[in-house]
Design a protein around this ligand. Structure first.
Ligand SMILES: NC(=O)c1ccc[n+]([C@@H]2O[C@H](COP(=O)([O-])OP(=O)(O)OC[C@H]3O[C@@H](n4cnc5c(N)ncnc54)[C@H](OP(=O)(O)O)[C@@H]3O)[C@@H](O)[C@H]2O)c1
Length: 262
């Protein structure tokens, strides 16, 4: 499972360990993965392997899959959870940060599915859980690449699900609203800034989101949006004209930015 070093991914790893899964933990921060592995194996009869890798790098992804094969572990459940955002308008964006986002949030999901799903199909056994976002349901000014990336992985996940249905392999897209994790800081903003734009009741804890994702996969749900308010907001966004939604978000974010400056 990817993105296991913090936030939602760490909670998905904990939830899976409680269910008795052995795990392969992937992220860049090796120290955090090792600490997580220690925590997960304690008192449990499971195996936890740690593979530090930058998932935005195609060579590192290929080496990751080879390393997992060498351990003799079989990937029965692929959790594509690693992801990050940038923050700010496209006209002020850093080219390399934007491309790194697309490589991690989009390319790595496509690559890991392409590398690992064939063996699941051959065994007629497996499952795929991918963390998208409620950002998948609307264009997101100030996070244009992120919103588009999540729309991509939602669409990809639903298409993959349709293909794998006849092999009995469930595929679920987890679409969280805002969650207090390291995500905002990694995007160059703060949860306080985001909280200014998003109602408090939309915010859920990482463990609640992780539980909803795992239970959604177990129940073979195509899409899981944790939290009633997030479900309502996502439905409203999907049902509204996208240019209007984009314009409203841009105005709200610009207004909030001005308010914070004064
Ligand atoms: N927090 C939210 O409000 C929210 C809402 C909706 C969706 N999501 C999605 O939820 C997922 C998890 O995010 P989070 O909120 O739990 O944030 P987080 O605490 O920052 O976790 C992100 C995880 O992704 C890993 N990661 C990021 N870039 C990576 C790279 N290039 N290579 C390997 N691993 C990488 C990070 O590990 P390292 O830094 O150690 O590499 C970390 O484990 C993401 O896909 C995010 O888009 C978050």
């Amino acid at each position: 499972m990817t993105g296991a070093s913090s936030g939602i991914g760490a909670e998905i790893a904990r939830a899976m360990a409680r269910r008795g899964y052995s795990l392969v933990l992937v992220a860049r921060r090796a120290d955090r993965l090792l600490a997580m592995a220690d925590e997960l194996v304690t008192g449990r009869d499971i195996r936890v392997e740690v593979f530090p890798a930058d998932l935005g790098d195609g060579e590192e992804r290929a080496e990751l899959v080879r390393s997992v094969e060498r351990t003799g572990l079989r990937v029965d459940v692929l959790v594509n959870n690693a992801g990050a955002s940038t923050w700010g308008p496209v006209h002020g964006a850093d080219r390399w940060a934007e491309l790194a986002l697309v490589r991690t949030d989009v390319e790595s999901v496509v690559d890991l599915c392409t590398l690992l799903v064939p063996a699941m199909v051959a065994r007629r056994r497996g499952a795929v859980l991918t963390t998208a976002s409620t950002a998948a349901f609307l264009p997101l000014p100030r996070q244009a690449s992120y919103g588009a990336s999540k729309a991509f992985v939602l669409s990809y996940s639903l298409a993959l699900r349709a293909e794998l249905r006849r092999f009995g392999i469930p595929v679920t897209a987890l679409c969280p609203g805002p969650v207090m994790t390291g995500f905002a800081a990694a995007a160059g903003t703060t949860e306080q800034d985001l909280a200014g734009v998003l109602p408090r009741r939309m915010w859920l804890a990482a463990h609640e989101v992780a539980r909803a994702g795992i239970e959604g996969l177990e129940r073979d749900r195509p899409v899981v949006v944790p939290g009633l308010l997030n479900r309502v907001a996502s439905l409203a966004a999907s049902a509204s004209p996208a240019p209007v939604v984009a314009a409203i978000v841009e105005v709200a974010r610009r207004h909030d930015e001005r308010a914070r400056r004064h």
